[in-house]
Ligand binder design. Sequence first.
Ligand code: PLP
Length: 447
Amino acid sequence: MNDPTGQEVARLHQEYVLQPWAKQGGPVIAVKRAEGIYFWDYDGKRYADMSSQMVCSNLGHQNQVVVEAIRKQAEELCYIAPSFAVKPRGELARLLVRIAGEDHFQRVFFTLGGSDSNENAIEIARFYTGRPKILSCYRSYHGSTLGSAFASGDWRRFAYEVGGAAPSFVHFLNPSVYEDGFDRTPEDEARCTRQYLHQLEEQIAYEGPETIAAILMESIVGANGVLVPPKGYMEGVAELCHRNGILLICDEVMAGFARSGKMFTWQNFDLVPDLVTFAKGVTGATVPLGGVIASKAISEFFVTHPLPCGLTYSGHPLACAAGLAATQYYLDHDVCAHVRQLESVLKPTLEGFARRHACVGEARCIGLFAALTLVVNKETRELMAPYHTSNGRMPAIFAKLRERGFYTFGRESNLNVCPPLIITEEELREQLDILDEVLTWADEEFC
Ligand code: PLP
């Protein structure tokens, strides 16, 4: 049988695949192969993957060390149930605990991805505390299974509320410095932090601290625009948790695994969470894997109390072999240092765009985790596509970028720049030049 053409591959997808988060049958790029920071369609067009797909292909495409580890494990043992001991499962759990900090963390519960990591972290927090409520941020995304979707704050949760909102999920507003009208001056950041912590403190009091199991937060909000929090905010939330006996769950699904220049993004702040959820970058997206890293106290609790959660593929050997090889790769190649080095190129360049381009309101960047907020009026900070609405401007910009072989994603008015962490400085500069040109086009077209 002949290999299918790109058109045939696309047609099968359009006709038979239920496409997530989209109306069915829309246009799709048929991908033939991928390597490093690039992928190619069937016509040989090359795209620089400035999104790392869904901010998960952190080690680029087809990392051969990880691919080889999967192959070796597949030859030896593809599957054994979670109740058996198998080498890569225990070794990966130990490595993750060491990276998170052995003084505070003890055990890992493995899952298949980010949504079920948060789902299980929520359950673990409820069992451990005996309290029902989960507080989470409006400006957040935690996944699309029922519990993690209810915990998510962005408009994607609305679809899940057709059967009524879940009563034990409570949202609070987290800061978006630029959209809230603050500047990135120390004074403004301090005011922003004070305002938001005060509101959260009040909300905890009104909800009743003894009813709240956990606050679930992305260490840095990712899909909703890399919202780097104002200084002191995350530490303040951790302090409120501590003071009220509330667990802090840091969602590292997108932000984890060197994305911010630290293995976990919460390690940029002066705090220690009780539960850490992860997925995506743990295997460099080669095989699905996620999990929950639990504190010593929580781990101890489940020595005397049975853990009432479980998945057939929890800690799947192939996934753990991939996770072990990928996690070791981050450490062996000091990917965090490389990311911090390239941050010194990416951050000032994007900040320069925010000064020079009429359509760029703000640039946020930590490590290789970055986003631009696009506006139609810089003076009034009027967003290019206001929250929960869409118009043709943002899609037109993404289409223009794709035409130039620059692939990325964004939501509402945010354009994310999250390349694979193994990108070279030369590759990064080349792609930033393309972005610069497309923003110049957008300035003229939309502002
Ligand atoms: N949490 C965060 C912060 C995410 O960004 C995502 C996905 O983008 C999820 C959870 C859900 O992960 P998954 O799609 O692997 O279920």
